[in-house]
Design a protein around this ligand. Structure first.
Ligand SMILES: *Cc1c(COP(=O)(O)O)cnc(C)c1O
Length: 403
């Protein structure tokens, strides 16, 4: 059924609900889930033209699926990029980007507080194929600049970071990358396009773990790269077709529907996180709160400029202690006293999730590396969900007040 194209100039909230491929002949209002691996071809001639890339049309699940296309179009519209390519997970998106854009002899600069698997993939796995890399302190623009080499192809930043919510200056890094003939990719997992659109600040590529806030209810794994049309078509698609890191249509459909409520979820969860952060900062058992929305955050002003004046839905805090051993015991006591909130290393769920980074996501680092990264034994990360604030506080107080 041919559809009227959407008019230009719609707001992101509208695009989040309305952008999708055309309805089928049945006129379904909620986007259809095309749970199929193959597509029947109308005739052999058209089949040949589709396989030859001369004609648009779906052929096989590894090269495209209408439900996956809907997710790609919707996310691209929300990020303000021409196109997007969905992947099986956030890490598959990093993999696809590196495979598509880098070759032996190239150099990548990334922040040393990035997601652990991202650092391992670039710093260790791609090093085996001759890709050099340098990791730099997240917030130190001069350190990024000093790391630039003639063969630097990619700057890769994540802002805010996990779990300390460090914020980097996207516009400054974009200028630096472009002056060096390189690209800037931003992992926008924590802020999401609801709060921060990196391409409006000069970034070239936006990377997502759809597993987190885009799904929003902790159901499926997903990922995506948002980028210019030519990059998606000429760089990402050829690699994706042959490597098969594709997003399943079912997962695409779940995240597609998740995008419809992203804006209101982020707004509500960020408001709760802000109140929570203020409350924790005043608690006598808490040494320090890390949250971009608080004036005490080192990059508070920059964060407010970049993130629509909102601090996001993730915060972390250190419990007071005299030694690393005591800090660990106290953090464990707080976590083991929970009756409502979940001890779970995921984030971006409607359920509030707490985690102990030093023994989970950052557990493989040496104590010295953890100290350097600021991940103490008393650090607890809170990904704030949609429960009532009073219930969240009461659940945390059970442990905090009995230390
Ligand atoms: C979870 C996460 C990833 C990896 O995504 P997966 O979907 O788990 O593969 C990358 N970056 C950040 C910031 C994340 O939180």
């Amino acid at each position: 059924m041919a559809q009227h194209p959407l008019p230009d100039g719609l707001h992101p909230d509208t695009l989040a609900v309305r952008t999708a491929t055309d309805r089928s002949q049945y006129g379904e209002n909620s986007e259809a889930l095309y749970l199929t691996s193959g597509f029947v071809q109308p005739n052999a001639e058209l089949s040949a033209r589709r396989f030859g890339g001369e004609e648009d049309g779906y052929t096989y699940g590894r090269t495209g699926n209408p439900t996956v296309t809907s997710f790609e179009q919707r996310l691209a519209a929300m990020e303000g990029t021409e196109a997007a390519m969905a992947t099986a997970s956030g890490m598959a998106a990093v993999m696809l980007m590196c495979f598509s854009l880098l070759r032996a002899g190239d150099h990548v600069i990334y922040s040393q507080s990035m997601f652990g698997s991202t650092m391992k993939l670039i710093g260790s796995e791609f090093a085996r194929f001759g890709v050099d890399s340098t990791s730099v302190p997240q917030t130190d623009v001069a350190a990024w600049r000093a790391a630039i080499r003639p063969n630097t192809r990619l700057l890769f930043a994540e802002t805010p970071t996990n779990p300390l919510t460090e914020v980097c200056d996207i516009a400054a890094l974009a200028d630096m990358a472009h002056d060096a003939g390189a690209l800037l990719c931003v992992d926008n997992c924590f802020a999401t396009p609801a709060l921060q659109r990196p391409v409006t600040l000069g970034a070239d590529i936006v990377m997502h773990s759809g597993t987190k806030f885009l799904d929003g209810q902790g159901r499926v794994m997903a990922g995506a790269l948002c980028a210019p049309e030519a990059m998606v078509r000429d760089k990402f698609l050829p690699v994706q077709k042959n490597s098969g890191m594709v997003l399943s249509p079912f997962n695409a459909w779940v995240v597609l529907k998740g995008l419809e409520t992203l804006g209101i979820r982020l707004k509500a969860q960020s408001e709760a996180a802000h109140t929570f952060a203020q409350w924790l900062e005043a608690h006598p058992a808490v040494a320090r709160v890390h949250y971009p929305g608080l004036p005490s955050h080192p990059q508070h002003a920059l964060a407010m400029r970049q993130m629509s004046g909102v601090g996001g839905a993730v915060l972390s805090f250190d419990v007071k202690a005299d030694s690393p051993e005591q800090a660990r015991a106290r953090a464990f006591h707080v976590l083991d006293s929970l009756r409502v909130l979940s001890l779970c290393t995921n984030l971006g769920d409607t359920k509030t999730l707490l985690a102990h980074p030093a023994s989970t996501s950052h557990g493989k680092l040496s104590e010295a590396q953890r100290q350097a990264a600021g991940i103490g034994q008393g650090l607890i990360r809170v990904a704030v969900g949609l429960e009532h604030l009073d219930d969240m506080k009461a659940d945390l107080l059970r442990g905090l007040d009995t230390l």
